[in-house]
Each structure stands twice: as C-alpha cells, then as structure tokens.
Ligand binder design. Structure first.
Ligand SMILES: [Zn+2]
Length: 210
C-alpha cells in the first residue's frame, strides 16, 4: 500500500486514538466505550471518502488500540503511509525572488511527513518566512515577527500556545499607501505543525496575509 495520509490527517487520527485511549482509562462502561469507538471510527473514515479496502482495514484497526502503548505502535506503523511534503530548497527560493541570499532551511534533511507548512526567521533580513501549499501550489509569505509575552490562541493551529505577532505589509490601491495585517501565531512552528489536525486555520491565515 502506498502513502495516502497527509500530515494533518495523521495528527487527526492520533487525536482520535488519544480520545479512545483516554476513554479506556476513565471508563469501564462497555456501552460508553462502544459509543466512543463508533464515533472514532466514523470520524477517522470520514477523512478518507475515497479509501480502498486495504486503507479502510488499516484505519479501522485504530479501534483495537486501547492502551497508550498499543496506540504508539499503531501510530509508528501508520507513519509509513504518510506522504512526505514535496518541497525543495530551489522551489522555496523561487517563491521569494526579490530576497537576496535567502537563508532557506535544509529541507532535504528534514522529515517532511511532519509538516503542513514551513516557517523560519531569516537572520539576514530579520524577517519571518512562511511556506504553505494550497491545491498543489506553493505559497510564500513574509513579514516581521514580534514574540509576545502572553499566551493565547494561535491563528493557524487554533491551540493555546506561546505566540508572536506576524505582521505583513501590503501595497494599497492608491500609490504609496500600505495596509498592515497582523496575526498572532505560535512562536514555535514545529509545535504548531504538530497541533494541526486540519488545514482550515492555516488556509484562512494564508489568505489573510497573502
Ligand atoms: Zn499554532
């Protein structure tokens, strides 16, 4: 079987698995456990409407993961079916043609199954760069980033995290005018990626700052 799961879907399945294991820890009521199993089953399958029988079998075996240890083994096995993000340093450089000597992360060295977006601070320009993908097309945005002292809800992953203000400047309709757009997002983009169980927040964020 080939890879058929994308990064955020994998995180979603992991979240469902944790929900199930949590239920087994807190409840002995078989009716309750059955109800949760069935919810988890529906939610996981609904992510894959065009699944094959083999894929369905693999996905449904999540129901048998009743302990954290079982779930960890299952998730490790499932990782083999996660698509690595097809991205290269060259492709990233092309997204920012005006930036001289762009400091691109060494994506060849990274496990690209763990990312739905990439973000880094360029030491030269002191700017934060974000690369994402929508409908098979790469999108790059850049802005300033100011770490905040308070925690809050990240605009990308929608989780409560340590944040910073990502600020972009757009040229306005009239010559010489600019509009600024600010969004609070996770300081730690590895953590933010790990939080993503769907791409809605990421896509909305990119549309706002693009
Ligand atoms: Zn986040």
């Amino acid at each position: 079987m080939e890879a058929f799961i994308h990064h955020a879907q994998y995180n979603f399945i992991r979240e469902q698995g944790r929900k199930l294991v949590g239920a087994y820890v807190t409840s002995q009521d078989s009716a309750v456990l059955e109800a949760i199993e069935s919810l988890v089953e529906d939610d996981v399958l609904s992510e894959f409407p065009n699944r094959t029988e083999d894929q369905q079998r693999l996905l449904l075996s999540i129901k048998n993961m009743n302990t954290k240890e079982d779930l960890d083994i299952y998730l490790e096995m499932l990782k083999a079916y996660v698509h690595p993000w097809k991205i290269s340093e060259k492709k990233i450089e092309k997204l920012f043609p005006k930036v001289k000597k762009l400091n691109v992360p060494e994506v060849d060295e990274m496990d690209l199954r763990n990312y739905s977006y990439l973000s880094w601070i360029d030491q030269g320009s002191r700017k934060k760069f974000i690369v994402s993908e929508e409908n098979g097309e790469l999108i790059g945005v850049q802005g300033t980033f100011t770490p905040s002292n308070k925690d809050g809800i990240c605009n990308i992953c929608q989780e409560h995290e340590s944040l910073g203000l990502f600020l972009t400047e757009k040229k306005g309709k009239e010559l010489g005018t600019y509009s600024k757009k600010g969004n609070y997002i996770c300081k730690d983009s590895e953590r933010c990626n790990d939080n993503l169980t769907n791409l809605d927040g990421l896509q909305e964020f990119i549309e706002r700052v693009q």
